[in-house]
Design a protein around this ligand. Structure first.
Ligand SMILES: Nc1ncnc2c1ncn2[C@@H]1O[C@H](COP(=O)(O)OP(=O)(O)OP(=O)(O)O)[C@@H](O)[C@H]1O
Ligand SMILES: [Mg+2]
Length: 253
């Protein structure tokens, strides 16, 4: 059975999208079948995979409101990776859903059990709104990227409160898949302190693999490819390849 993982941190710019795109691509290269659902109206995951604002085809929005089926919405991207693309239309969904009784479980209902995929990634927007709540309700687990910086743990208590609320009311089985340190800079003395602090807080949930700050990871999206395709030998791509292996290993143990 596939594992549905929401990549979530309400803090902006911590590496959620970069992680979704490259972890998905790396798992695909390891022959895992991966579905990526772009749940962010910014559509960053969509453009990172070279699918510009898909106005002429259904998106996450049409799929979630029942105007399109998953098979007609998902597009092929990189080896073994399919994408449900998003554009700004998705922002409207939060407002449209606001009055619905089952507003947090629309994605869960639409997604169902995905037997065809080994991993389903949900890229969340940087907010605690309904789109993120839908992702956390539909997910088996949440992967939390944390930027390795001085204020790393700022916002983490709110994040954990949100996860606990979801566990209490919406999705009792939701687990923490793992905590990923991103934009790690070895030359920065502070980085080691931050790593220790995050480990103290999350213990074994912290992945051994930390993602370094690497320019190729930032450049790849403008070429419409993951770093795994754009520059497989870069430090960034290699780190995501290591993460993919670690994720598979964790699932087996
Ligand atoms: N390891 C890294 N090294 C260098 N640049 C990175 C790295 N990770 C992410 N970036 C860059 O930092 C910016 C923010 O990353 P990203 O878009 O993945 O964050 P996000 O959490 O998805 O943001 P948002 O909250 O807006 O959705 C992007 O420009 C991205 O290319
Ligand atoms: Mg993003």
């Amino acid at each position: 059975m596939g594992r549905t993982i929401a990549v979530f941190n309400q803090k902006g710019g911590v590496g959620k999208t970069t992680t979704v795109v490259n972890a998905a691509a790396a798992l695909g290269l390891l022959k895992k079948k991966v579905l990526v659902v772009d749940m962010d109206p910014q559509g960053n995951t969509t453009s990172a995979f070279g699918k510009k604002d898909p106005e002429d085809r259904p998106t996450t929005y049409e799929w979630l409101i029942g105007e399109a089926e998953l098979e007609d919405t998902a597009v092929d991207t990189e080896p073994n990776v399919r994408l449900v693309p998003a554009n700004a239309n998705l922002a409207g969904l939060e407002i449209e859903l606001a009055m619905e009784p089952d507003r947090e479980s629309v994605l869960w209902e639409r997604l169902g059990e995905q037997a065809d995929y080994d991993f389903v990634f949900l890229d969340c927007p940087p907010s605690l709104g309904l789109l993120s709540l839908n992702a956390l309700t539909a997910a088996d687990s949440v992967l939390i990227p944390i930027q390795t910086e001085y204020y790393a743990l700022e916002g983490v208590s709110q994040l954990m409160r949100t996860i606990q609320l979801v566990q209490k009311d919406l999705n009792t089985d939701l687990e923490v898949e793992g905590v990923l340190l991103t934009m790690y800079d070895r030359r920065n003395n502070l980085a080691l302190d931050v790593v220790e602090e995050v480990k103290k807080h999350f213990g074994k949930k912290v992945y051994k693999t930390a993602i370094p700050r690497n320019i190729r990871l930032a450049e790849a999206p403008s070429y419409g490819e993951s770093a795994m395709q754009f520059d497989k030998s870069s430090k960034g791509a290699q780190a995501y390849a290591a993460l993919a292996k670690e994720m598979i290993k964790r699932r087996k143990s």
